[in-house]
Design a protein around this ligand. Structure first.
Ligand code: ATP
Length: 428
């Protein structure tokens, strides 16, 4: 993790938030290269979950919602960790992380009784700072899909089975943020609520299994090493009270196996809660069959930041003479880097600059004329750029360039008139 953290900072993937003021625990910024990677992670998910399907639509709901939403969903009451405080050193610990009655930090036996600590951030809306203006920063995006369920299916003219997907920020006042962006206090969720065409348990389970398989394949298709992925299916008392089946996709992080994504069969729990609390009928009425029902829901949910971390860790490889990120081309921050072989030959620099500019509308590119070519390759390998194009002396006469492959380091000469087609083919 130390190596990944150092690389992430050195190359502009991830910075500590507000570092010049000493940072703030559990908050992170994405640098220039990290921002590109994050966009590609979101895009890879949206493409698979929404764009390539005809049964899922998108939604963007507000971060601050009517606080009644969080009472109905159970978050006000139940979204808590049990905590103990040390009266001597004032540190706070998760009760399940403390053994015996001694403070893990100072050793004194001055711990309070466990108290429920709600993970939701509170804020006030409007000028008044009293209880009537109290609101929460959302700890998940899912509730937006439930409360807008009816508006979404009516306006999109969808009938179950269909899903609503959302990517957006979520906030949790985690007690133990850490491992870089693995667990942070502000993060981005990518969630999809899939509404099953009945409240029937068996039908729900069928879709649940379908989504577990779909989601598992997504990771494999983006190049994650199969031996570092596994499914963990919950049973009995470990299941949330409303869920009849839940699977976590887990990854073998440098700090051990941990959750990467959760797929839950949530039954009719959420819609039922909102029907009861709002008094509004959220059931689906099927014009054709005249059936009226509250659909059961299957939810795949993952953090975009945690996904990004896994892609970084999984792609990271240290070789004898270089560090290389073997990122899938769809995820790589830059697809192609263009270099002039030397800086002091205006014709070469100009040709390289114009090639890079011409490629821009087609793929994310970067230009580099600093240091020598070896150093530039090294830098691009470290940020995972799949292909490097070098313009040299011969290029001026022969109208061709060298294209160098990140993974094999092999170089081939390609004519300028074929360059775009060649690059597209290699990146596909
Ligand atoms: P954990 O038990 O690890 O706290 P959770 O089971 O509460 O997580 P969910 O509510 O199921 O997590 O969230 C779904 C997904 O959101 C997780 O699989 C993870 O990818 C991501 N996620 C959850 N909490 C965080 C966080 N604090 N920082 C970054 N990503 C998170």
């Amino acid at each position: 993790m130390e190596e990944i953290t150092a690389l992430a900072k050195r190359r502009g993937f991830i910075f500590p938030s507000s570092e010049i003021y000493g940072g703030i625990n559990g908050m992170w910024d994405y640098g220039p290269v990290g921002t590109e990677l994050k966009r590609n992670v979101r895009e890879a998910w949206w493409r698979e979950m929404v764009a390539l399907r005809d049964d899922v639509v998108g939604l963007e709901t507000s971060i601050i919602m009517n606080p009644e939403v969080w009472r109905a969903s159970g978050h006000v009451e139940n979204f808590t960790d049990l905590m103990v405080d040390c009266k001597t050193c004032k540190k706070r610990f998760r009760a399940d992380h403390v053994k015996g009655d001694q403070c893990p930090a100072c050793g004194n036996k001055t711990l309070t009784e466990p108290r429920a600590f709600n993970l939701m951030f509170k804020t006030n809306v409007g000028a008044m700072a009293d209880q009537s203006s109290e609101a929460y920063l959302r700890p998940e995006t899912a509730q937006g899909m439930f409360v807008d369920f009816k508006l979404a299916y009516q306006t999109a003219r969808k009938r179950p089975p269909f899903g609503i997907a959302q990517i957006g920020k979520a906030f949790r006042n985690e007690i133990t943020p850490g491992n870089l962006i693995f667990r942070s206090r502000e993060f981005e969720l990518m969630e999809m609520e899939f509404f099953v065409p009945s409240d029937d348990e068996a039908e729900g389970l069928r879709w649940y299994r379908y989504w577990v398989d779909q989601r598992f394949s997504w990771w494999l298709n983006l190049g994650v090493q199969p031996e570092r992925l596994r499914k963990h299916e919950y049973e009995g008392a470990d299941l949330a009270h409303y869920s009849s089946a839940t699977t976590d996709i887990e990854y073998d992080y440098p700090f051990g196996w941990g959750e990467l994504e959760g797929i839950a069969h949530r039954g009719c729990f959420d819609l039922t809660q909102h029907v009861n609390a709002s008094g509004k009928d959220l059931s689906y009425f099927d014009e054709e069959t005249k059936a009226k029902y509250l659909p059961a829901v299957v939810e795949p949910a993952l953090g975009a930041d945690r996904a990004l971390l896994v892609f970084l860790i999984d792609a990271y490889e240290k070789e004898e003479d270089r560090t290389v990120l073997r990122l899938h081309p769809r995820l790589a921050p830059y697809k192609v880097a263009v270099f002039p072989l030397v800086r002091n030959k205006p014709d070469i620099v100009e040709l390289a600059a114009s090639i890079e500019k011409d490629l821009r509308p087609h793929m994310r590119t970067t230009f580099d004329d600093s240091g020598n070519v070896g150093k530039r390759y090294y830098r691009q390998d470290e940020i995972g750029t799949p292909l490097c194009v070098t313009v040299d002396y011969e290029s001026l006469e022969k109208h061709d360039v060298t294209v160098r492959d990140r993974d094999t380091k092999q170089q081939v000469r390609v004519g300028l008139d074929q360059l775009l087609g060649y690059l597209n083919e290699r990146l596909a």
